[in-house]
Design a binder for this molecule. Structure first.
Ligand code: SF4
Ligand code: SF4
Length: 492
């Protein structure tokens, strides 16, 4: 096995030859030691877009939990009662199909946007990007610019340094805990959660007990510390080593996918020069080798080395380089959204776009649009009533007074509307079949009721065996709300 030279093993290179460890005891790190990245703040068109999405996603996330609808939380995933409320819709476990559709739409959407424009999700809307952006903004406000932060980290511990670091972590923790609290607020009514969290303790069992339940406390802390750790400490490590999406994105890319690209043909040979210098006379390309594109990169890579899996497509390097190009008086776009084919073949913008919206992307878009439209129509036509029919196994078929044949069923009637309703139950499918039970069943808003239903058929109307029948459950006073559910009637 070839061993690396002693210098490559850190301090080993400085040791006298006599104390170099035997070859079999030398160790190589399996993991790359993290080098802290100090991203430089950047302004520009894409940074503005990124901040617009930070605001939009956080307004929806932090604000959405407090919205009210019909005297209840507008968006609530009530796992305990197995009901999901989204604005005017109430989803029950029987609506699992919509969750399946949502997952399919998300996956197809990801395929489509990745095939068209690379890691748009990662660069603009992924929670890791959004919270890292917020945490970096806090860091910059408290500790200063990139250079100031680097200087501060290298300086010895002083009261000022301790104060700045404490303030930063206090603000990070506050944001993280509020994020954890909001997240839990989508699963437990957030107003009750707030009351419990601010009450702190309740007197019960002869002593003070925390007002917030143990599970709520656990999840607030868990999600809060995950946010703090991921956005404050781990940052690009999450994208580079933990997120599986970075690994399989290459399967969705091709040479016509829009990605952040450095135009090497235009930029090379790179080299420093004054603004007044004639780059043609110097034999240089447009890249002034200022390193700004590397300094602004949140994952610390050099996009001039080509597309790398660490690139999250945030376009910070595009904004950074455009500012340099402006200062130098060169055209913008040395680093830009482009495709490998466009750069290699010098395609015009319209030629590039024609290839970006290629058949594969159009097929994805067509399927996605079809599923979204079908799901929307299905939701629009959805009847706010569900019925499950369960046979009573204790009384499969029996003869009752007058020689009538009777089967007993249990009907679970789920009123998914947010108003209480009264339902009528009928049976169809055999001559003279009728339901002998309560004439109507009252079910509260967004509630379900299990009702026993006896069904009778006159003697001689059905031969021994099984006969398909249908239950018809309809809302009294609202003809549109009715459900037919199949079952079988048994005659022995
Ligand atoms: S290379 Fe550019 S687009 Fe990619 S992560 Fe770095 S700054 Fe963002
Ligand atoms: S910012 Fe632009 S000019 Fe500066 S090093 Fe990067 S590519 Fe070259």
């Amino acid at each position: 096995m070839d061993l690396p030279p002693p210098k490559a093993l850190g301090s080993a290179g400085a040791r006298p030859a006599a104390v170099v460890q035997p070859a079999e005891t030398l160790e190589q790190a399996l993991y790359e030691v993290r080098k802290k990245i100090y991203p430089r703040a950047v302004h520009g068109w894409f940074a503005a877009w990124r901040w617009a999405l930070v605001w939009a996603t956080q307004l929806v996330f932090y604000g959405g939990a407090w919205l009210q609808w019909n005297d209840r939380q507008a968006v609530l995933f009530d796992i305990v009662h197995r009901k999901f409320y989204i604005l005017g819709l109430v989803f029950w476990p029987q609506d699992i199909i919509y969750l399946t559709v949502l997952l399919i739409v998300s996956a197809l959407g990801l395929f489509l946007f990745t095939a068209v424009a690379g890691r748009l999700w990662c660069g603009y809307a992924c929670p890791q990007t959004v919270y890292t952006e917020i945490f970096m903004w806090v860091e910059e406000r408290i500790e200063g610019s990139r250079a100031a932060r680097m200087k501060l980290d290298q300086s010895p511990l002083t009261v000022r340094k301790l104060g700045l670091k404490s303030a930063k972590h206090a603000v990070w923790l506050a944001i993280a805990l509020w994020t954890g609290f909001t997240f839990v607020g989508y699963f437990t009514p957030i107003r009750e959660l707030w009351t419990e969290a601010t009450t702190l303790f309740r007197w019960s069992g002869g002593g003070p007990n925390p007002a917030l339940g143990p599970w709520e406390t656990f999840w607030v802390l868990f999600y809060g510390f995950a946010t703090y750790g991921n956005a404050g400490w781990m940052r690009e490590q999450v994208c580079k080593y933990m997120c599986p999406y970075a690994r399989f994105q290459s399967a969705m890319f091709d040479r016509d996918t829009l990605v952040i690209t450095y135009d090497g043909g235009r930029g090379e040979p790179r080299g420093a020069r004054s603004r007044a210098a004639d780059r043609a006379a110097l034999g240089l390309g447009d890249c002034v080798d200022c390193g700004i594109c590397v300094q602004v990169c949140p994952t610390g890579i050099d996009i001039r080395n080509g597309l790398q899996y660490e690139c999250i497509g945030c376009a910070a390097c595009v904004d950074g380089c455009d500012q340099v190009m402006d200062k130098m008086g060169y055209p913008r776009g040395l680093i830009r959204y482009s495709t490998e084919n466009a750069v290699a073949q010098h395609l015009t913008r319209s030629q590039t776009l024609a290839r970006v919206f290629r058949p594969r992307a159009l097929v994805y878009a067509g399927i996605l649009a079809g599923i979204v439209i079908a799901a929307g129509v299905s939701l629009w036509l959805r009847v706010p009533l569900k019925v499950d029919v369960i046979r009573d196994r204790a009384a499969i078929s029996r003869e009752v007074e007058g020689g009538l044949i009777e089967n007993v069923f249990r009907l679970q009637i789920m009123n998914t509307a947010e108003t209480g309703r009264r339902f009528e139950v009928r049976a169809e499918g055999l001559p003279g079949i009728r339901v002998v039970s309560e004439p109507s069943v009252e079910v509260d808003a967004a509630a379900s009721r299990m009702v026993p239903v006896r069904v009778r058929v006159p003697p001689g109307e059905a031969r021994p065996g099984t006969h398909p029948i249908e239950f018809v459950v309809s809302a009294i006073g609202d003809e549109g709300v009715a459900v037919r559910e199949k079952s079988v009637f048994i005659v022995r």
